[in-house]
Write a protein that binds this ligand. Structure first.
Ligand SMILES: [Zn+2]
Length: 156
């Protein structure tokens, strides 16, 4: 069973780290999705961003990048994955595989991934409607639709 998240943590404060990563990705010409993995006490374990474009690597999503940056953790049940956008199936699978106990989602307006499935499977899910996250994705999808479709595996 997941460990209940720490009520003292402010989801928007955690989200700010993921947004900074998304902004960095945008400046690099990449897909503006960022993520961060936190310990239950709010300690930052790892942060990252989608780097499909920067690394020419479709497996580097925001969540996987943050997960790898966090290195080896003995137990993920008390950790919190924070991401600017609803997690795709690949990243939702990562959360399930490693039993990450909680996720915070910046927005699910521009894209809805697997967060409801995670909730059904006992993950503590917080979905925000952060305007900064929505604007980042809306602008990106509008300006680079082909790249976005490539990232989510949708045929043109
Ligand atoms: Zn993903």
């Amino acid at each position: 069973m997941p460990i209940p998240p720490n009520p003292a943590l402010d989801p928007e404060e955690l989200l700010a780290v993921a947004i900074a990563e998304a902004e960095l990705g945008k400046r690099e010409g990449g897909i503006p999705i960022g993520a961060a993995l936190f310990a239950a006490d709010g300690t930052l374990l790892g942060r990252g961003r989608n780097r499909r474009v920067q690394h020419g690597d479709p497996s580097v999503h925001g969540e996987t990048d943050a997960f790898r940056a966090a290195g080896r953790q003995r137990d993920y049940r008390s950790t919190i994955m924070v991401t600017t956008l609803s997690p795709c199936w690949y990243c939702s699978g990562l959360v399930r595989q490693f039993n990450i106990g909680a996720i915070v989602v910046g927005e699910s307006v521009t894209f809805t991934g697997g967060h409801e499935w995670l909730r059904e499977n006992g993950v503590d899910v917080t979905v925000l409607r952060d305007q900064h996250c929505i604007d980042l994705m809306a602008e990106f999808i509008e300006s680079r639709p082909a790249l976005w479709h490539e990232d989510i595996g949708v045929a043109e």
